[in-house]
Design a protein around this ligand. Structure first.
Ligand code: NAP
Ligand code: 8YV
Length: 326
């Protein structure tokens, strides 16, 4: 087998640079182009050792797929969040999963702050007002302010800390909630999310998605955030009970929301589209050319490291290296 290119199954259409990078070093199989996906997977089953996953569709790599691929060793996933991959099962079955952390921290934090400013100061609404030619009829209405607010971050990880630094620069006191206090930070830690929601009037969510955080933000949390509360979600749509959020916005239980992520992307509930107290982005947290380039390169580099018999650059915590079956 020496000299043979390993087969790599790509789950969805990734960026051209990733497709090129994978195709150069491996035999690439494009699942999204297969006329019969099950048949392609059956054909590859005796020899497939690696998968490239992640992208706008978030095509799932679940245990039923992995169980069909007895030679599978490696899943290189695009994006820092990997809730579309059953990493626990992979780790237990000797499969390493990699993601693309760190290279997007500052970009996503910039987006979060941009979204916060747009939401509080209604900047997209004001621009729409101008474009609609309404300025000549009078000034845009006065808005809420970021001044005097206290911020609570849900998930003070890599990106959460980058958001916190920006909030500090904007003069906002920062608190945070997570399962554990973070080392090396002086921000106030709240083990109880509702208690933090009561004490802040800006809440920014930046946890992973998946079962452990599903509907972490519910009606009770939003009610505690209160009628002056600004809610920002740049994590995953699954982290928020979307119906409860829509109800809280409608009933003015919170002031406004800025959202980059939704429960069923790319579908956005029509009710949100008609509200004037929300700012809606189409999951663009990391979506700049240089940051996406760095993420795409890391997808390829992780595969190359694995193919060279080295430790992949960014394995996720659920999948130890060297791999072992448990
Ligand atoms: P990270 O460094 O792993 O940080 C995640 C943080 O969430 C940690 O502080 C963790 O603290 C906390 N957390 C995890 N599970 C939790 C739970 N059940 N309850 C409360 N807190 C919990 O990850 P990151 O690199 O900052 O990325 C975070 C997430 O942002 C990604 O997983 C992804 O979903 C999202 N993201 C979105 C975009 C976008 O385009 N909108 C871009 C990049 C990332 P504890 O372990 O102490 O709980
Ligand atoms: C990705 C993200 O662009 O890294 C993540 O977790 O959410 C984004 O940066 C997204 O996963 C791909 O659509």
């Amino acid at each position: 087998m020496a000299g043979d290119k390993a087969d790599v199954l790509m789950m969805e259409e990734m960026a051209p640079k990733t497709i090129e990078g994978v195709a150069k070093a491996f035999t690439l199989h494009k699942l999204w182009e297969a006329p019969d996906r099950d048949r392609l997977i059956d054909e590859l089953s005796p020899r497939l050792r690696a998968i490239a996953a992640g992208g706008p569709v978030h095509e799932h790599v679940d245990r039923s797929l992995m169980a069909k691929l007895p030679k599978l060793e490696m899943i290189s996933s695009f994006g820092v969040g990997y809730d579309h991959v059953d990493a626990k099962w992979a780790g237990e079955h000797g499969i390493v999963v990699t993601n693309t952390p760190e290279v997007l921290n500052e970009e996503v934090a910039d987006t979060a702050l941009g979204l916060l400013l747009c939401t509080v100061r209604e900047l997209p609404q004001a621009e729409r007002y101008l474009r609609a030619g309404q300025w000549v009829n009078g000034e845009y209405r006065l808005t809420a302010s970021l001044r005097g607010r206290r911020a609570g971050i849900v998930g003070l990880g890599r990106i959460g800390k980058a958001i916190a630094r920006r909030l500090e620069a904007f003069g906002l006191p920062v608190a945070y909630h997570g399962r554990n206090p973070q080392a090396g930070v002086s921000y106030r830690y709240y083990p109880d999310l509702v208690e933090m929601a009561r004490d802040v009037d800006v809440m920014i969510v930046i946890t992973p998605g998946g079962a452990a955080t599903r509907h972490l933000i519910n009606a009770k949390v939003l009610e505690a955030l209160g009628p002056n509360g600004v809610f920002i979600n740049v994590s995953r749509g699954s982290v928020v009970d979307q119906d409860a959020l829509i109800a809280a916005l409608k009933e003015r239980k919170i002031l406004s929301a800025g959202l980059d992520v939704y429960a069923h992307e790319p579908n956005v509930p029509p009710e949100l589209l008609t509200m004037d107290n929300v700012v809606l982005l189409p999951h663009v947290g990391s979506a700049s050319v240089p940051t996406r380039d760095a993420m795409n390169q890391l997808v390829v580099d992780n595969l190359l490291a694995w193919a060279a018999g080295k430790k992949p650059i960014t394995p996720v915590p659920e999948t130890p290296w060297p791999p072992r079956r448990t």
